[in-house]
Design a protein. Structure first.
Length: 317
């Protein structure tokens, strides 16, 4: 298969999954909450789209119901974490399990459902831009900043006589809403709903986040160094902090964009590996991509002397 065709497929698939990766990035990187419930939200959004298509509801009703369902899934995860005092990982796993079981029963064990196609590749690009803009506006507001600080510095939020877990619940609702929108969009782009397509996406999200994390950090670090005067580009003047950019201090925009970049990078690499038959398609491809992403993360942390790109992965430190 020609190289340009593989790149086009990779970019197309990357934008199809970009809402999922952006929503996961908001939760993992800005909220510092490892929410595995995004698996259930993505499935719920796609299942709602399929059900609305079966009952001949309009696309707008399906969109509203999908986003509402994703918000409910995020609220359930947050409630388990805040009020039931369940571990963040276990609360997400429990929520995903409940969603999978519910969807499997509601759809009456049917695996493939035909859905009308009304989303093109250009529409996915527009939807991705709108999602990034809405996330940027949200995290630029006072509420969004409190949500971010609740994950990064919960003691600072407590000094304001506020409860950090409440704002973590809010960011869970917002992030899962975006993920559910991604599931709704994915179904209407593909023209069908299948539970097999909506499974094991957390692994892909982690790989894409690591790739986007490293690429965006490298790009901004390179631009900063290139903009310096040539006479200052000696080895002494370029410190280790200039070689590696901690993008957490630059606001939420680079972190949000890293989700889109990571989604595109993941699918471009995937299509290049499978299309050129360097790696056979299947579980081996995901394993190789996972090992490669882990190597990129280790290399970046080594070059930056232990600091993770785009700020600290707080729940992994």
């Amino acid at each position: 298969m020609p190289l340009n065709h593989l790149l086009a497929i990779g970019f197309t698939e990357g934008f199809k999954y970009s809402p999922l990766i952006v929503g996961a990035t908001l939760l993992f990187r800005l909220g510092h909450y490892p929410d595995l419930g995004i698996e259930g939200s993505f499935l719920a959004g796609g299942a709602v789209a399929a059900l609305c298509s079966q009952h001949q509801y309009g696309w707008f009703v399906g969109l509203l119901l999908a986003c509402f369902t994703g918000a409910v899934v995020g609220a359930i995860t947050g409630s388990l974490y805040q009020y039931c005092r369940i571990n963040s990982l276990l609360s997400g796993i429990a929520t995903s399990y409940v969603v999978y079981s519910t969807v499997y029963v509601v759809l009456k064990y049917t695996d493939a459902i035909a859905v009308p196609i009304f989303f093109s590749s250009s529409n996915t690009v527009v939807a991705t831009i709108l999602i990034c803009l809405s996330a940027t506006i949200f995290f630029s507001s006072r509420l969004g900043m409190l949500c971010r600080f609740s994950g990064e510095s919960p003691n600072l939020v407590r000094q304001l006589h506020l409860e950090p877990k409440t704002y973590i619940c809010i960011i869970l609702i917002f992030g899962n809403l975006i993920v559910a929108f991604g599931g709704w969009m994915r179904v209407h782009v593909a023209g069908s709903f299948s539970m097999n397509v909506f499974s094991s996406n957390v692994y892909m999200c982690l790989i894409a986040m690591i790739l986007g994390d490293s690429i965006v950090s490298l790009l901004i670090s390179t631009v900063r160094i290139a903009l310096q005067p040539l006479r200052r580009l000696s080895r002494r003047s370029v410190s280790s902090s200039a070689r590696h950019t901690d993008l957490a201090v630059l606001g939420s925009v680079p972190i949000i964009m890293s989700g889109v970049v990571g989604s595109i990078a993941y699918w471009v690499v995937y299509e290049m590996c499978t299309g050129t038959r360097l790696i056979p398609s299947g579980d081996l491809t995901f394993a190789v991509l996972g090992v490669g992403a882990a190597a990129v993360l280790v290399l970046t942390k080594t070059v930056s002397r232990g600091r993770a790109p785009l700020g600290s992965w707080r729940f992994l430190d």
